[in-house]
Design a protein around this ligand. Structure first.
Ligand SMILES: CC(C)(COP(=O)(O)OP(=O)(O)OC[C@H]1O[C@@H](n2cnc3c(N)ncnc32)[C@H](O)[C@@H]1OP(=O)(O)O)[C@@H](O)C(=O)NCCC(=O)NCCSC(=O)C[C@](C)(O)C(=O)O
Length: 362
């Protein structure tokens, strides 16, 4: 009779026997299926994460976000920070990263996010406390293997209890008992146009520079010429392993989509995909490199339209929607942009509206 306490009871040299053994073993599952979530449920996310200067600098370097206020104390102070804070994209990615184990580790893709508000900046060393509330659940009509869940999430400073950032995000989440298989067709790669809104005019203007007045003057010119203020950014960034797998893991984002090629081979994307926050941060970096950003304010209507996989290159396109000269301190004005990230085939992969305070000419 086999002695099951014998360390040699598992014969690793015999592939077929081991295969049969795996077949009989239950898998201790991670994450939750769609059915787990009920509207109104509150979840406290336990993974500890301390925002670090290294993490922030690594994120900024890899995503091309080079705003000196997040690297250097002299510029940080000039811009009204007490000290060098972590970059807001890193903060947001970390707050979301540590929710993944509870909310979306089971799989299914990040579809969109809205009402992203930065309440205060965070210093390196801040320990996070993150909670989420289930806002909405519904089954997907086009992809019966999935449900669609929306959560409201708040990231706080664990020591002071102050809210740092809050948002609502929506994911596809696999159903425990899918109505059918995947059910959906290939992603179209075309952004939805929920309003069926008008196309952009023929004439697209670019602002002369990156200061508040440049955006305001461009909008005034565009109105006079029935044009739009919309332009491309020159830089591109090819998705390598560090971006696709490394950065999400550094934020404790355990979604298999980013680091398990084996599991993802049978998924709708067929391969690992970039964390949405990495893709968006790269496109925003391209846009910020063409503007004198003072402070990030808020994001709305963020959508992830198509997969980004290893080897794809991310470019940015920006449209200026609005300028508000009365917002924020005297030396700045608020500009609302629509940013689109697109790949080497000009396929949009992300879009979202962003309001930032932008410096004026002194
Ligand atoms: C997923 C794909 C294949 C679906 O492609 P499709 O052609 O089926 O597309 P769809 O029409 O855009 O959407 C399917 C359903 O979702 C709904 N929907 C869509 N957007 C929203 C939204 N914002 N709010 C509410 N609902 C939304 C939409 O209304 C529809 O509902 P229906 O099935 O009942 O008709 C396609 O959209 C795609 O390729 N998207 C890109 C996904 C992606 O790469 N996301 C980022 C990476 S995953 C990630 O970062 C993971 C993370 C952060 O780690 C982690 O959550 O754990």
């Amino acid at each position: 009779m086999t002695d099951w306490s014998d360390p040699d009871a598992i014969d690793c040299s015999d592939g077929a026997t081991f295969d049969a053994l795996l077949d009989r073993a239950d898998t201790r599952e991670k994450g939750h299926y769609f059915e787990f979530f009920a509207e109104g449920d509150e979840l406290t996310h336990d993974p500890g994460l301390r925002l670090s200067q290294h993490g922030s600098e690594q994120w900024m370097g890899q995503t091309l976000n080079h705003d000196p206020a997040y690297w250097r104390s002299d510029t940080a102070r000039e811009r009204g920070f007490e000290d060098v804070p972590v970059h807001p994209d890193y903060l947001l990615a970390c707050v979301m990263g540590i929710t993944v184990e509870d909310l979306s580790e089971k799989g299914g893709y990040f579809l969109g996010r809205t009402d992203v508000e930065f309440h205060r900046s965070a210093r390196p060393g801040t320990e996070l406390a993150v909670t989420s509330r289930v806002v909405d659940t519904r089954t997907s009509s086009s992809r019966p293997a999935y449900g669609i869940v929306t959560w409201a999430t708040e990231g706080r400073d664990r020591e002071t209890g102050e809210t740092l950032v809050s948002y609502q995000r929506t994911n596809m989440i696999p159903r425990r008992e899918p109505a059918a298989t995947d059910g959906g067709g290939e992603a179209t790669g075309r952004p939805d146009d929920p309003d069926g809104g008008p196309d952009l005019p023929e004439t697209l203007l670019a602002p002369e520079g990156g200061r508040f007045e440049d955006f305001r003057d461009a909008l005034d010119d565009a109105e006079a010429e029935s044009a739009a203020v919309a332009y491309r950014h020159e830089r591109g960034r090819t998705m390598d392993d560090q971006l696709v797998a490394g950065l999400p893991l550094a934020t404790l984002n355990t979604a298999r989509q980013h680091h398990n090629r084996d599991e993802m081979a049978d998924s709708p994307s067929g391969d690992i995909v970039a964390y949405g926050d990495v893709t968006r941060s790269i496109a925003l970096a391209h846009a910020r490199s063409d503007e004198a950003t003072y402070r990030e304010r808020r994001f709305a209507d963020e959508r992830f339209h198509s997969f980004v996989t290893l080897g794809d290159t991310i470019y940015g396109f920006t449209r200026v929607l609005d300028c508000d000269g009365d917002a924020g301190p005297e030396a700045v004005g608020a500009v609302t942009f629509e940013h689109v990230a697109f790949n080497q085939d000009n396929t949009p992969v992300y879009s979202g509206r962003r309001t930032a305070l932008v410096q004026r000419y002194q």
